[in-house]
Design a protein around this ligand. Structure first.
Ligand code: FAD
Ligand code: MG
Length: 355
């Protein structure tokens, strides 16, 4: 049925790690005063997560951070049985489900981005995601009738939250929550909090390309974080952003989770809740730079779904948020503030401005 990109992207992810660590967030050589860096990678949240402690911290800090990542996966994954999200989904149309405070928080943020995007970002996109299954076993082009049956089940406006009882209710059977566009950002924020609480003074958090830098580099220079080249393997960059500690860089793109159908068309994983098909607006990626990773993750998907003009207008209206859009013609559009922190490398891409 299709040519899957999944194996290729997983390999690229793993191979890219060494490059990512040296080229994008490159710390200087280890300094004895700070001790050797401590690094650990593991497969969590459906991706390779790497934590690199450069100043302070310990194996115990890494244990705590990875335990929290697994807890978030066990609560928020839509892909595995037994999670809180799976329980909410299984009870759709029959009754509310009690959820932990973090699930309520992430869902609340997702509903905020649903409102902000006018519905282009929708955490109830699950029934459509399941039909396409992009990046999973059995990815395929759904039939028009399957999509027509699924679309009425999508609509975050009908989600009922009872904050006092800490419950979530999906009122129609077949509705499915999918927090995949925002939960990784929350996970990065949580890892940052845990590491700081455990005495880490400088670190790089990389949750499958969702980057957060903490603290100061040993030589006092800004962190240098690469913006992924959409047409190359993970670890290749179109340019570098120079950033202070406490900044996150999150990209939504169409180049890792996709398949090419028998019709030769490239089908990717950011789906239009109005049509059920992958969003086609000429963009290949949107990178958001901000302080909060849950917001950067929610926004990267939101800005992608809104497209260049509306997405850029939204980014410019939000304080503390910068965005870099790349289109299929290799043009790079940076928000006003991003222009001063991001430098394009020599290569196939050119900076462009909106008319
Ligand atoms: P983003 O742009 O941030 O998000 C895109 C994802 O959001 C899509 O894949 C889809 O799930 C959803 N989405 C699509 N369209 C919209 C829309 N219009 N509005 C809102 N959401 C939309 N991957 C695996 O392969 N196996 C796993 O077991 C697995 N478990 C995961 C568990 C957790 C808790 C999380 C957070 C992720 C997991 N993933 C897993 C990855 C997940 O399936 C998504 O592919 C991933 O989160 C996408 O992140 P992104 O940053 O690439 O893209
Ligand atoms: Mg996102």
């Amino acid at each position: 049925m299709s040519t899957s990109s999944t194996a290729r992207s997983i390999i690229a992810t793993v191979l890219g790690l060494a490059v990512a660590a040296s080229a994008s967030c490159a710390p200087p050589a280890p300094r004895t005063a700070r001790g050797d860096p401590i690094e650990r990678s593991d497969l969590v949240l459906g991706t390779v997560c790497t934590l690199r402690l450069l100043d302070g911290g310990s194996e115990a800090a890494l244990d705590a951070a990875f335990a929290r990542l697994r807890e978030i996966e066990d609560r928020m994954s839509a892909n595995k049985a037994g999670t809180t999200v799976a329980a909410v989904n299984a009870a759709a149309g029959s009754g509310p489900v009690k959820v932990p405070a973090d699930v309520l928080f992430v869902l609340g943020k997702a509903l905020y981005y649903w409102t902000l995007s006018g519905g282009a970002f929708d955490p109830t996109i699950g029934p459509v995601v399941k039909l396409w299954n992009i990046g999973m076993d059995g990815e395929r082009i759904p039939s028009v009738s399957e999509l027509q049956a699924a679309l009425p089940l999508v609509g975050a406006g009908s989600v009922r939250i009872d904050g006092a009882a800490s419950t979530v209710y999906l009122p129609r059977a077949g509705m499915l929550l999918d927090l995949g566009a925002i939960a990784k950002g929350y996970a990065a924020d949580e890892v940052g909090r845990i590491l700081l609480e455990r005495g880490v003074k400088a670190a790089v958090i990389d949750l499958g390309g969702n980057i957060m830098v903490l603290g100061k580099k040993a030589d006092g220079t800004p962190w240098r974080v690469g913006v992924q080249d959409p047409s190359d393997d993970r670890g290749s960059y179109i340019g570098i952003a120079e950033l202070p500690g406490g900044t996150t860089v999150v990209t939504s793109g169409i180049y890792e989770r996709y398949f090419v159908g028998e019709d030769g068309v490239h089908y990717h994983h950011i789906l239009d809740p109005a049509t059920g098909y992958p969003v086609r607006n000429g963009l290949v990626s949107v990178t958001v730079i901000a302080e909060s990773s849950i917001d950067a993750d929610g926004l990267s998907t939101t800005l992608f779904a809104l497209g260049l003009e509306r997405g850029m207008a939204l980014a410019e209206s939000l304080p503390g948020v910068e965005a870099i859009f790349i289109d299929a013609e290799n043009r790079v559009y940076a928000s006003e503030g991003a222009g001063s922190i991001f430098r394009l490398s020599d290569g196939a891409y050119t900076m462009a401005t909106l008319p």
